[in-house]
Write a new protein. Structure first.
Length: 242
């Protein structure tokens, strides 16, 4: 039986609308899910909120850029009906609401979404919330923006960080050294045993995303049991690992 840990991508997003409390609660209450990956941006009035796209168009009944809407405006949107009418009325959650729901239950991979100079100060606000809820040991901060991870490591060196990478990475040692990250979160298509194993043995952790085909779940997991399997379909991983 494969022993790799499972991370639920944007909550249990195959069964409930992604990045909503419904999907997050479902994953948090499943003992075989060790981690939940979520995406964090900031509202116009500076509140960290959980949503993936830079606009609300795809996953709500609204339109516009996340950062151009206040929390009050975001909370008026329906973030569930697009997925299934049973989830009508689901809201865009705040990071604080997610922390309250998951504390003591499951670890979180918080991806900070930051394009260009958007969301100044988001690193400080996220770190403050993590500390307020005493979840430092249960949180990993990741981002495609290496500057964000570099900044986060300076303001909160006690919180684990990771670099998100899609494609085969170059200058890995330099990137890890600059950002002070201890995790590489990578598109699974670019993982090879020759690349992964030496880094794992040096203490670098790996998250492989987003794997929804059981064939590739088993293939990546068989490289090394320390690789975390991130998927929209945790139920497929539960079956595949057996």
């Amino acid at each position: 039986m494969l022993k790799n840990l499972c991370a639920a991508h944007r909550g249990w997003s195959s069964r409930a609308p992604e990045n909503t409390l419904a999907a997050i609660k479902m994953a948090a209450n499943e003992p075989d899910i060790s981690m939940i990956e979520i995406d964090v941006q900031m509202s116009k009035d500076g509140i960290p909120v959980v949503i993936h796209d830079y606009t609300v168009d795809r996953t709500t009944n609204g339109t516009g850029r996340v950062g151009a809407l206040t929390l009050e405006e975001l909370k008026k949107l329906d973030a569930g009906s697009w997925f299934n009418s049973a989830y009508a009325g689901e809201m865009v959650p705040t990071l604080e609401e997610v922390l309250r729901e998951t504390m003591g239950k499951v670890k979180l991979d918080i991806e900070i979404k930051r394009a260009g100079d958007w969301y100044p100060g988001i690193e400080i606000k996220v770190a403050e919330l993590v500390r307020r809820y005493e979840m430092v040991s249960d949180i990993m901060i990741t981002s495609f923006n290496h500057e964000t991870i570099h900044t986060f490591a300076k303001i909160a060196p006690d919180i684990k960080t990771g670099n998100l990478i899609y494609g085969f990475p170059v200058l890995v040692d330099e990137v890890l050294d600059y950002t002070k990250a201890s995790v590489l979160s990578m598109g699974y298509e670019y993982l090879t045993e020759e690349f992964v194993r030496p880094l794992l043995n040096r203490g670098v952790e790996f998250v492989a995303w987003t794997i929804d085909d059981p064939k590739y779940m088993r293939e990546i997991a068989s490289m090394d049991e320390r690789i975390v399997i991130c998927t929209n379909y945790p139920e497929r991983w539960f079956s595949a690992r057996r």
